[in-house]
Design a protein around this ligand. Sequence first.
Ligand code: SF4
Length: 319
Amino acid sequence: MRPTGKLHLGHLTGALENWVALQGEYQNYHLIADYHALTTNPDTSDIYQNSIDMLIDWLAAGIDPLKSPVFRQSQIKEHTELHLIFSMLVTTARLERNPSLKEQIRDLQLDTIAYGHLGYPVLQAADILLYKAEVVPVGEDQLPHIEITREIARHFNSQYTPKDPVFPEPEGKVTKFARLPGLDGKRMSKSVGNTILLSDSPEVIMKKTKSALTDPQKIRKGDPGHPDICLIFAYHNKFNVPEVGEIRKGCESGSLGCVDCKMKCGTRIAEALAPMREKRRYYESRMDEVKSVLLEGENKARLVAQGTMAQVRSVMGIG
Ligand code: SF4
């Protein structure tokens, strides 16, 4: 995950909940992708603080660093080394066909692209294969990157070690979740300012839910509404499961007004996030502990990465 600072509900439902669940099933590695962050924001003045803020949200959401090392990409030099080797094994034409490159060009309104954009999946392949990952939890839109990783692994193995492959061909494990819309109904994104942060206080959550867009045809209590097009209903679906049936009925019949519905919604979200806020407070008052979690994670990850690179150099006959 790129270090964008404090995380929001979209990160919780789109990634964190899944990562926490996978902890019981796999040995996980969680990368703070600070080099990848440079592709969308070359300003590094906040990158350290953003990494720490994101890490605290990971810990607050239930990532157990003893089971699952957490580390910064920039602190494990082997990522850049393997990226260089992998960059010889993939053509620019292949990278230009990557659908997320086209999306980035459109979203960031780029006139020209840096190699960092083109080579993003190559660095990502190094991130994955350094740890010989067999499974990568991803959103559907990231599957093309996993395909590039698989191709690079295959190419490396057949070039240097056809009889005894160094790298597995990892599978993308698609996270199934109903994407939570932002407060304006669009994709939840910090840059748009339509998020509820995991660290928001109950007061802020109430204020934000109050301002959310709802069904435009339901102007006053009494008007029948359409819950399936209302983002507040999507939040109820996630955070207020026992009451969704009743809310649907109330909305459709007009007996429930949007103001009351939003109040209920804000209350449930605030309740759901309370344990995370509590944990966040714990870590915020123990920054030494947070830093040592990171350093320990980096030491563990570095050992694995160094082992893989020793193997890579050996089969290549380099060094
Ligand atoms: S009553 Fe609730 S679900 Fe229905 S439109 Fe209003 S906020 Fe949305």
